[in-house]
Design a protein around this ligand. Sequence first.
Ligand code: DX5
Ligand code: ZN
Length: 225
Amino acid sequence: MSFDRSIKIAPSILAADFANFGAEIEAVESQGADWIHVDVMDGHFVPNISFGATTCKAIRPHIKTVMDVHLMIAPVDPYIEAFAEAGADFITAHVEAGPHIHRTLQAIRATGAKAGVALNPGTPAEAVAHLLDLVDLVCVMTVNPGFGGQKFIDMSAKITTLRNMIGDRPIHIEIDGGVDPTTAPIIAGAGANVLVAGSAVFRGGSVTDPTPYGENIKAIRAAIG
Ligand code: DX5
Ligand code: ZN
């Protein structure tokens, strides 16, 4: 079977109700989410703390699609096993998080999880040139990581470069930060296929009124065409 490069919308639960993750995940999946994006922040690699592997394990049974864990932590390696045991399908580490990203990606794959590598806006595409045989996903940050609801930084040229570097390899290009119906066409046009969106999906709805989640997801898809 050929690699599935169709567009996937991955709502980030960073924008969900933190007291209600299980129900929020079920609501957004019922409204058309393809993956669930889980943002782990340590207050060290990024200037904000979210939650860790224990929370990931607790929410796992509520995820029927794909659990996409984005680690904004340093160091990464001591915690890989815990996130794999929590049931992550994808574990993504930042290339900037330490001197041994190659070792980190090997360690992620050794757990059986799929491995992702993320690039901050200031990091060039070439930083992953020697990692392409070790990854299942490249995440291009279109904000400086740490917070939801920030302004989109256009990384189209980087996405296009990565798309060409990846060629036929079975690697997803994921975009994270500031994705909404205005920015999504730019991103998809440049060659990305996984669109993380937090505030643009969760705005206007709730677990008791999840219809806006579906409308927001549809609006992003419709904008891509
Ligand atoms: C940023 C996180 C993102 C964030 C996206 O550090 O990695 O996943 O939640 O949020 P929005 O879509 O609101 O920019
Ligand atoms: Zn993220």
